[in-house]
Design a binder for this molecule. Sequence first.
Ligand code: NAP
Ligand code: GLV
Length: 306
Amino acid sequence: MNITICVAQTKAAPWEEGFRAQLPGAHVSTWKAGDPQADYAIVWSPPQAFLDEQPGLKAMFNIGAGVDAIMKLRLPPQAQVVRLDDAGMSVQMAEYVCHAVIRHFREFDGYEADIAAGQWSYRKPRSRADCPVGVMGLGVLGERVARALRVFEFPVHGWSRSPKQIDGITCHSGTEGFNGFLAASKVLVNLLPLTPDTQDILNRETMGRLQPGGHVINVARGAHLVEDDLIALLDSGHLSGATLDVFRTEPLPAEHPFWQHPKVTITPHTSARTLRDESIAQIAGKIVALSRGEPIAGVVHRDRGY
Ligand code: NAP
Ligand code: GLV
């Protein structure tokens, strides 16, 4: 069995070693143009040239949850595309989002500014009922985040393509459920996959439907957010803040207004990192299952794009 590693912006050697250790019978190598065909590929943002050399590929395993960079490419027709299925990401995402929501709700930025100015001052406690959180996307990550927010007793709304029932979460679905979901939310968390249907979904109109004083948390992809629309809504006062982990251009260019905007908190695409050991163990298990003809979880539906 040939396994090829083709991972952009990532050191390939530790992945090679990890797969050799997990699958001792396999031939594991890092892709170079002209190499022999792979049966299985481990990929992150692979170049088209790699895929063009793999007409017989059985499956490609993305070492992240989001497959948008792959779905833009011309894929070998029979190859399954498999996303990382949690592998330690959902707890990180829950930590990140709960931290951002609580920081907004408890006004920790305001306290930090007061303390820096030498002021011992109290802010009026806020009611949780006035801080409903809407989670866009109720998949592997979104559902975990929604459940984690409920632990802190925030009212939580969720929005997905297909209807869902999740204990304690008010679930909305489809285009018909979108405006009601937005109107019910004050803090908005984006955990949608990037597809033609969801690109630019955070824009002046949709974010304008959030309750006044709202906060936007984008942890999915930069191309979901129309950045100038966010800045306009922050500057008009409709939104009180934003926490952004992903950007249309990454790294965020030095001259970008988000760096200095007083209502924007940025992090460098780090809300849920790929954990190498967990990911190798998960993917190796799936390769074994596929080679035995067994079904696996996390296969991307090519027509939906996620
Ligand atoms: P997932 O399991 O595929 O879940 C996607 C959710 O979005 C599903 O609930 C799906 O609805 C919903 N959805 C998709 N298209 C929709 C549409 N047009 N309208 C309404 N709902 C729609 O994905 P995941 O594992 O939770 O990951 C979500 C995204 O997070 C990834 O695609 C990636 O871009 C991003 N991510 C970011 C980081 C980071 O570090 N910043 C890390 C990991 C992932 P159904 O349930 O009805 O299908
Ligand atoms: C990271 O952004 C991922 O999609 O896993």
